[in-house]
Every structure is written in structure tokens, then in C-alpha cells.
Write a protein that binds this ligand. Sequence first.
Ligand SMILES: NC(=O)c1ccc[n+]([C@@H]2O[C@H](COP(=O)([O-])OP(=O)(O)OC[C@H]3O[C@@H](n4cnc5c(N)ncnc54)[C@H](O)[C@@H]3O)[C@@H](O)[C@H]2O)c1
Length: 428
Amino acid sequence: MKISVIGLGYVGLPLSLQFARSGVEVLGLDIDPAKVDQINRGQSYIKHIESAEIQAAVASRRFSAAADFARIREVEAVIICVPTPLNKNREPDISFIISTGEAIAPHLAKGTLVVLESTTYPGTTEEDLRRVLEAGSGWRAGADFHLAFSPEREDPGNPNSKVTEIPKVVGGLTPVCLEKASALYAQAIKTIVPVSSCRAAEAAKLLENIFRSVNIALVNELKIVYSAMGIDIWEVVNAAKTKPFGFMPFYPGPGLGGHCIPIDPFYLTWKAREYGKQTRFIELAGEINTAMPEYVVSRITEALNARQKAVNGSRVLLLGLAYKPDVDDLRESPTFVLMDLLKARGAEVAYYDPHIPVIRPTREHSHWTGIKSVSWNRETVSSFDAVVISTAHRAVNYQELAEWADCIVDSRNAMAGVQTKLGQVWKA
Ligand SMILES: NC(=O)c1ccc[n+]([C@@H]2O[C@H](COP(=O)([O-])OP(=O)(O)OC[C@H]3O[C@@H](n4cnc5c(N)ncnc54)[C@H](O)[C@@H]3O)[C@@H](O)[C@H]2O)c1
């Protein structure tokens, strides 16, 4: 079987490799010529994916990349993994899905299966994508070509998370669409979870992400309440999680980051308005999580104040720019917000991240592009008035940090278990 994966990013690349390993021939399509070129040369551009994996897939002739969308006439199935961000007004931007649909529609062969994987609001596949595919091809979905939605469940940076082991929810436009899509994924993934419609599959993915956003907001709020009572939230979560049923631990932090949790819930908020419905949990969680960087800055202010220093004029080092540990993905990272807030208060700001030597261009924080990570040594680290742990990468030596930095503000409980001096660490 030959398939095409469109959008070779954090989702599309590992998925392509998994299909290739399972014996399926994959034509990767992307509008970014640099990615196409790197894949064909066997080079990885994602830190946690080894170049050797790409080389093996390319050498086996089961994986190649191209930018020519007309080539989808060669394949039996197309999987779309393009970005779904929010626009300036925090409304869904499905333009990447629409432009992909427009690009492939004229080249669809009869009987081709098209599956959308990008996270989005219920109705995108059956309404929006279907419309452009039918208009561009002159065919009918469910009759001349098949249409389905199957959400991605990628856990970047988790070495125990394997694409083939993660159950795959699949919904089809018709029972035949569902059957075709289930058969496709069954070639590469062990467990397929069929649901009754594309909408149910879209809604399941949103539930998963809303669940995380709401629970993270809950512990973030409790962090502030318990802190005022002199109780440590991390101790509380670690105690509560020993309950063998009915509890799942979530941990507080400096705010939400990444391409999913801060964004996807608002896809539902927007769509719900069409039905005259409110999504109060989503809005409240968003409000609490968005306020977290301000809270961390208030703790930095207190920590500096205790040393007779003001934020204005202080040198502050942010430790961890990626939005989660052990990855190089900086999209929506709350560390950027911390840097902005501190700079606005007159601090001199720098960052250290072993996985991000230089800040790549981002949509929202372009003013930091090109700034380089400081180096990790005693002289550099000890020259800062405060070091703020915003992401706890495993590659950082926290014992060295305790020896080098006088004032540490820890929003991740990374200093637990490290020997520190009284008053040296401020939890935030
Ligand atoms: N990153 C994750 O952990 C994760 C997890 C689950 C779901 N998702 C969802 O998967 C989707 C993709 O996310 P990602 O993290 O892989 O994004 P990404 O930005 O890493 O990759 C998207 C890729 O699509 C390409 N692209 C953009 N427009 C295109 C077009 N019109 N045609 C072809 N290629 C195009 C980009 O060049 C890029 O290579 C999003 O909807 C996201 O919400 C992401």
C-alpha cells in the first residue's frame, strides 16, 4: 500500500516513520522545502527523532518526501497533519486544513481515503474539509472518495510513548469510510477505537485536551491557595496520588505551553457559540493558567526583595525555554511570557536551555528571535541575581545550580531532593 502524509512536523514525521516501519510506502508532503530536503537526505529536524530512523526509512525506499501535491494521485490514502493554531482574536484558524484540501482535491483518485488528524472543532471534517474536497474534485465524499477523522496522540519527548502502542480513535463519514480508515491504521497501530462519526472523534480529542487544561488550572489555583496557608502543593499532589483509584496527578507550573493545551480547548469555545452554548470550564481554566506567569513574577519580586533588590535593574536567568521537559519545542512556551513580563519591569533577561542554543522564529514572540542561550558554568550562572526554573529538563544539573546560584525561583519543584541553603529556593 502507498499512502501520503501531509505536514511533516511533530505529528506527521513520527507517524510516517511508523507506517514505513510497518511496511507501508509513505510519500511525505510538506510546503516547507527545507523539511522535504532534509528528509530525503536522511536528516532529522526534531530533537527526539534520530536521523538514523529517517535514514533507515528512506534507505528501505518506504519513505520519501516531496512538495508536489499532484503526486497524491499515486496514493490510496492521504493523512493530513497540518497546524491548527488560533488567530490574533483567539479564534480557530483552519486555513492550513483548507489550503491542503484545495491543493489535493484536483488530484484525488477515485476511492482515495482522506483522513484528517489535526486537532479541531467537531464538524471540521464533515463540513469544512468535505466542502473543499468535493468542490475541487467534483466528487462526493462517502461515494467517490472516503473521508475520516482520527486524532493524533503524540507525547513528544516521552521515550516510553510509541506511536504503534497508542490506541487510535477513528470516526468515518460513512460506515465504509470508517472501515477503510480503521484498516489503514491497523497496519501500523495495535489498537483501533472506532467511533460513530468524525464529530465524535473530533470531540474525543478535545475532551482529552480540555481535561488536561482544566486539571492543570485546578492545581495551579490550589498552588496559590495552599502556598498562602504554608502548604506545599507538590507535597500534597504526591501524597494524593498514592490513592489507588479515582485520582490522577497533575502538576502546577508557570503557565500552559505547546501547540495543543493552550489552544485546542478554544476551538470548542468558538464552535459552541454557534449552538448558543458557553464553555465556562474552558474559559475559567484559560483565565487561571494565563495568569500563572504573573504569579511567578510576583514570587521573583518577593525573592529579590528579600535580598534588598528590585526587579528593575536585576539580572534574571530563565532556566528552560522549551514548553515541556526534554524537548526542543518552544511553541507557546510560558517562558517567553516570563521574559516579556520581567523585561517590561526593567530586568535584564537571559535564558539557558540545553536543547535550544538559539531562539528560532516564533509567531508570537518574534522579538526574541536570534537570542542565544547562555553557557552553563559557575561564572555565568552565579552572575545572575535570580535563576527561575520554568522548565525542568533532565539534562540540567540542579546540584550545580544549587552551588552556583544564590537565589532560585522554582516553578517546577526541580530542586526537590537537591541540597540547598535556607532561603535559597523560592517555590513559585
Ligand atoms: N505536537 C503535538 O504534540 C500534537 C499532539 C497531538 C495533536 N497535534 C495536532 O497535530 C497537528 C499538527 O501539529 P504538529 O505539532 O505536527 O505541527 P508542526 O507545526 O510541527 O507541523 C506541521 C507541518 O505542516 C506543514 N504545513 C503547514 N501547512 C501546510 C500545507 N498547507 N500543506 C502541507 N504542509 C503544511 C508545516 O510546514 C509543518 O511541517 C495540529 O493540529 C496539532 O494540534 C499535535
